[in-house]
Design a protein around this ligand. Structure first.
Ligand code: GLN
Length: 229
């Protein structure tokens, strides 16, 4: 599997993502520029990653302008034919703005930028333990209309929910007011995945936290299992 990390003007987690994938996860990875559109060398077994940051200065709404970039037109076509796409933080916002994932990311309930370590867990896996992963966002409160949310839950499209260190999913362990403690979802087909927490910031012993490695392994496994034929 090859990875391509898209760099937008204002991306600030692109280097972290490239480094984590290449050095910590030992994957083949290339940088992609937002003004380019050629991703013909990527097959549907490969993965395009939209990193975190403040693409186009977060003007209008986070991700609202990035979705119109030349590269995103290719990424949308790639996803629609079954290619794997992962968006982290601003990347998750861009995926929702593009219509590749359902719902939207609204301003945090406290109207403040929240930057701290939180716990998340894969609620589809009964044996999963809480993982400590950093968050850093102003617009991370996932919302979807009631019928859309019901479909997301019924299809088990929620991969990660915020929890506490003991794994309790409740209001106290919800850092931003997100619906049902949702931290990350996949699309109905299972080839597009987005999450607000930053696993790429927690993949190396030098950073004092390697829980992010498990996140990458889980979500790439989940996406691979469900990929469109
Ligand atoms: N770390 C990020 O990607 C931040 C995303 C976006 N700029 C926000 O504040 O919500």
């Amino acid at each position: 599997m090859k990875f391509g990390v898209v760099i937008f003007p204002g991306s600030n987690c692109d280097r972290d993502m490239l480094d984590a994938l290449q050095h910590d996860l030992q994957q083949e990875v290339v940088a992609l520029w937002h003004k380019d559109s050629d991703i013909a060398s990527f097959t549907t077994n490969d993965c395009i990653v939209l990193p975190g940051g403040f693409s186009y200065g977060d003007y209008l709404r986070c991700g609202a302008i990035a979705r119109f970039s030349p590269m995103m037109q290719s990424v949308i076509a790639f996803a629609n034919k079954g290619g794997k796409v992962l968006g982290v933080c601003n990347g998750f916002q861009i995926l929702c703005e593009s219509g590749l994932l359902p719902g939207v990311l609204l301003a945090n309930a406290n109207q403040q930028f929240v930057c701290k370590n939180v716990y998340i867990k894969n609620t589809n896996d009964a044996s999963a333990t809480p993982l400590m992963i950093p968050i850093a966002h102003g617009e991370g409160r996932f919302y979807a209309a009631p019928d859309v949310l019901a479909a997301i839950e019924a299809n088990h499209q929620v991969i990660y929910r915020y929890c506490d260190a003991a794994g309790n999913v409740n209001e106290q362990s919800n850092p931003n007011g997100t619906t049902n403690n949702i931290a990350g979802i996949k699309n109905a087909q299972g080839n597009v995945f987005g999450m607000m927490p930053h696993p790429e910031r927690a993949c190396n012993a030098a950073l004092g936290n390697q829980d992010g490695v498990q996140v990458f392994e889980t979500l790439l496994g989940v996406i691979a299992q469900n990929i469109i034929a």
